[in-house]
Design a protein around this ligand. Sequence first.
Ligand SMILES: [Zn+2]
Length: 272
Amino acid sequence: MPLEPLPQPLDVIAVGAHPDDVEIGCGGTVARLVQQGYRVGIIDLTNGEPTPSCPHPDVRLAEAAEAARILGVQMRKTLDLTNRRLFDSFEARVALATEFRRYKPKLVLGLIGKTPLASPDHWQASQITDAAIFYSRLSKWDEFFDGLAVHTIQKQVWYQLGTASLEIPASAGHFVVDISESLKLKLEAIRAYKTQFPPSKDRVFQMVTSQNQLAGSSAGFPAGELLFAATTLGVSDLVQAVCGLAEATAKSVAADRADDVPHLSAGTTSEL
Ligand SMILES: [Zn+2]
């Protein structure tokens, strides 16, 4: 049995290789989930250091804590795996699965895809997360997980970090989460990483904003994040699933017009 009392379970855990991966890839979704009342946590597999402009790993950790505060998440944890030397291994899988067993999320958001010309840790993190989701529910193995009981994660969704290609990664389907109400928080959270995004890297914010506007517009939202379902998304009420979305789109378009803000939309209710 575990020695410490278990924390209150989380609804969602988002996993990144380095502090700032989650913010860039799905920070708007994370902030939106918190706004909607869900309990959300972030796990960074490594501390992301060393990097050229950061004087000490503690500085990056403080930036990550500030970003977590901005997003409003209930938990953020950095695992003791090594930046630049992150590999899909039994130990890495167990380390992450132990946290899944501890915090019992219903849904895990993980990285998908390679990031050519950037850190290969992202691809390793993708594989570690996939495996840890499986390890979390394996019975007769508790001794590897601090004695924590099995936990079955209901669903897995991937987020993409790479911007080097327009190719959509293989998945059971992609969809867009409306982050119109949380894009500002997302950008603020990324800005918390002062050592990673000094003024000379302002193009990152333009890139993230335009990507999110493009993804959002494709679904009829001012801003959105493109996510990938690991398993087919089932619909029990087709009208609610499809028209509910259209009604939300209509509201958001109407609000935009009331503010006299030009808005390009491919949503079904738009006349543009
Ligand atoms: Zn990274």
